[in-house]
Write a protein that binds this ligand. Structure first.
Ligand code: NAG
Ligand code: NAG
Ligand code: NAG
Length: 359
């Protein structure tokens, strides 16, 4: 059952990508690929940190900040937007908060988007996706105001029809632009927001998440319970989602159930959750879901992304071999351990494809 996917990966690993001068998202071979055919590693709740800045909040989902995540290869950032107020003036302003601003307030949306924009300014060959949970349902116009204040709006990718996903790209029919095309147009930021009433007039680059994406279940509290079935939008099938053109976002993070129904990231299990081949492991889940949907998931959202080989896993799925311009905290310590395994995987995959070709 896993053959289709293995074959896909193999074609990449064995034959390789084009030799464009530019490296898109750290790898030249990705430049020619339509946006929807690549798997992007996502930092779940990117700005909600478990570090000194939050008093090591147990609600934090990442140990290191957004800029460092991007440096390390993360290309999807998720966050929650809430209506807050300015500390000094008391005026309404949008904040990024975890569940509620009383619980964990990571500052203004503007400052965080500005951090993303500064990184994008400094990295002109990278395509980034932002996924915002619009917790208080603010309208597109207000969000657009903050994107503009952060000077991020001009990077916004505007699809041909902001109210309808195109069919999924395939080898003969690319329907999304390639990374090269997005970079050339400098429309390198894709913004999905849930919920959102789109405003084509004023903010055509702010897209309703579930017009373009679908997700599996995300409040998983047992390593045995990762699934690939559509959970949002509700009451859908994999085939239905495929035919709708929606891209699959695979949630892969584990919560620990505490008293009073409170859930916090299961930190003690993180090295298993983000691992390669264990019960509840990221790679196995990714492989299972890829087979279910007969293509690579477009997005994979994880907690504490740099613990374990999450980025390596996604690199393998993308057939990435010669990285350019990646500064990773994650690699040291893992490279030695995973190196031989990856080599084995690649060799077995390559011999498998040549057998297929011979057959
Ligand atoms: C590619 O997609 C187009 C529509 O987007 C479809 O008509 C065609 O059958 C697909 N080709 C393959 C090989 O799946
Ligand atoms: C974390 O791992 C331990 C040991 O394997 C296991 O007993 C526990 O159920 C796991 N926690 C969750 C939330 O799955
Ligand atoms: C895991 O899934 C099974 C089957 O759906 C369910 O019965 C069980 O309650 C789930 N366990 C947890 C901890 O959510």
């Amino acid at each position: 059952m896993q053959n289709i996917l293995v074959l896909l990966i193999l074609v990449e690993l064995c034959i390789g990508g084009t030799d464009a001068a530019r490296a898109c998202n750290n790898y030249a071979g990705l430049c020619e690929k339509p946006y929807d055919t690549i798997t992007y590693l996502g930092a779940h709740d990117s700005p909600f940190l478990n570090d000194a800045s939050t008093g090591h909040s147990s609600f934090g989902n990442q140990f290191i900040k957004t800029t460092t995540q991007l440096d390390a290869g993360v290309r999807l950032l998720s966050a929650q937007v809430h209506i807050g107020k300015n500390d000094e003036t008391g005026k309404r302003e949008l904040h990024i908060c975890h569940t509620s601003c009383a619980l964990l307030d990571a500052g203004t949306l503007r400052d965080w988007l500005q951090e993303v924009r500064m990184w994008m300014d400094a990295n002109p060959n990278d395509v980034v996706t932002v996924l915002l949970v619009n917790s208080d349902g603010v309208d597109a116009r207000e969000l657009e105001g903050v994107y503009s204040e952060a000077d991020l709006a001009h990077y916004g990718y505007i699809p041909p029809d902001p109210d309808r996903a195109p069919p999924l790209s395939n080898d003969t029919n690319p329907t999304w632009p390639t990374l090269d095309e997005m970079i050339n147009r400098n429309e390198r930021l894709v913004s999905f927001i849930n919920p959102l009433k789109t405003d084509k007039e004023n903010a055509p680059y702010l897209l309703n998440e579930f017009t373009f994406l679908w997700e599996n279940y995300y409040q998983v509290t047992s390593q045995d319970n990762f699934t690939c079935a559509p959970d949002r939008p509700a009451d859908q099938t994999v085939l239905g989602m495929h035919n709708s053109g929606r891209l699959f976002l695979m949630n892969h993070f584990l919560y620990e159930q505490q008293a009073f129904g409170i859930q916090v990231p299961a930190i003690a299990n993180i090295s298993t959750t983000n691992s390669f081949h264990r019960k509840g492991a990221l790679s196995d889940h990714l492989l299972d879901c890829s087979n279910d949907i007969t293509r690579q998931p477009s997005f994979v959202l994880v907690d504490f992304f740099h613990v374990g080989p999450a980025i390596t896993t996604v690199d393998i799925f993308n057939g990435v071999r010669a990285l350019v311009g990646r500064f990773s905290r994650a690699r040291s310590g893992h490279r030695r351990f995973w190196g031989p395994l990856l080599l084995r995987l690649q060799l077995s995959m390559c011999s498998c494809i040549s057998e297929k070709e011979r057959a």
